[in-house]
Ligand binder design. Structure first.
Ligand code: URA
Length: 236
């Protein structure tokens, strides 16, 4: 049997639009049922496998949520920022819950795949310097790609005296575009790697994390939930 959980916690953790005090009110109004019974109290303990309904609508219990966001430029990868919108502000109401945070950062002017979750252990696993989960980016540059770039990336570029892990560069559709795969996440890494070769990144987008690709039909600013089975492809 799964660990018992308070009814108000259970409902509010799964539904960002219902607070714990709302649950109390809804219980008193007879709008919450547990296994068909409306004789419930907000502080009662339930099994997460129990059937809980609010206004007749079944609450699907998920211990953790994993969200793929297609981050637009101008949005920051932190949970709070006084000036700019954060990635959390883009999460739709039905996916919101407490404890969400971005598992890894993109620069404010970088677009693409940001994974947002409330699963700290999982995030720790993929963010650990030991994990080397590959991340693939599309890059546009100010000047044409040099013939030597791919080899230099593979050998490991030095950034402030620190040698980067080998990275892969594949040419794109024209001489200023390419795809880069990193196996670590240093500060402004791709921009600094190209800077070290005398070039400049003018546009950057993250396309994948591990085996999970950014959905092509996901508009900038859009979110979709990644199922648990699929998320396992990243780090297990
Ligand atoms: N490398 C960068 O320079 N910026 C990012 O946002 C990600 C990788």
């Amino acid at each position: 049997m799964a660990e018992m959980i308070r009814l108000d916690k259970f409902i509010s953790s799964q539904r960002g639009d219902i607070s714990r005090s709302d649950v109390k009110r809804l219980c008193a109004a007879g709008k919450v049922t547990v296994n068909g019974s409306a004789k419930v109290k907000s502080d009662m303990k339930i099994d997460p496998d129990d059937e809980v309904r609010v206004d007749g609508e079944k609450i699907e219990y998920k211990k953790f949520i994993y969200i793929m966001l297609n981050k637009p430029q101008g949005v920051v990868c932190s949970t709070r920022d006084g000036l700019s919108p954060t990635v959390l502000s883009l999460i739709p109401e039905n996916m919101r819950r407490s404890g969400l945070f971005p598992a890894g950062r993109l620069d404010k002017d970088t677009e693409g795949f940001v994974l947002i979750t409330d699963d700290g252990e999982f995030a720790h696993k993929i963010l650990s310097p030991k994990s080397h989960v590959p991340k693939r980016y599309f890059v546009r540059l100010e000047r044409p790609i040099g013939e030597e770039y791919a080899e230099k990336f593979e050998q490991g570029i030095f950034l402030d005296g620190e040698k980067c892990l080998p990275a892969q560069l594949e040419k794109g559709e024209d001489e200023r575009c390419c795809f880069v795969t990193l196996h670590q996440g240093m500060y402004h890494q791709i921009k600094r790697m190209f800077e070290a070769l005398g070039n400049k990144v003018t546009y950057l987008k993250r396309l994948s994390i591990g085996n999970i690709q950014l959905r092509e039909d996901l508009l900038l600013g859009g979110c979709i939930e990644i199922m648990h089975k699929e998320i396992e492809k990243i780090a297990y």
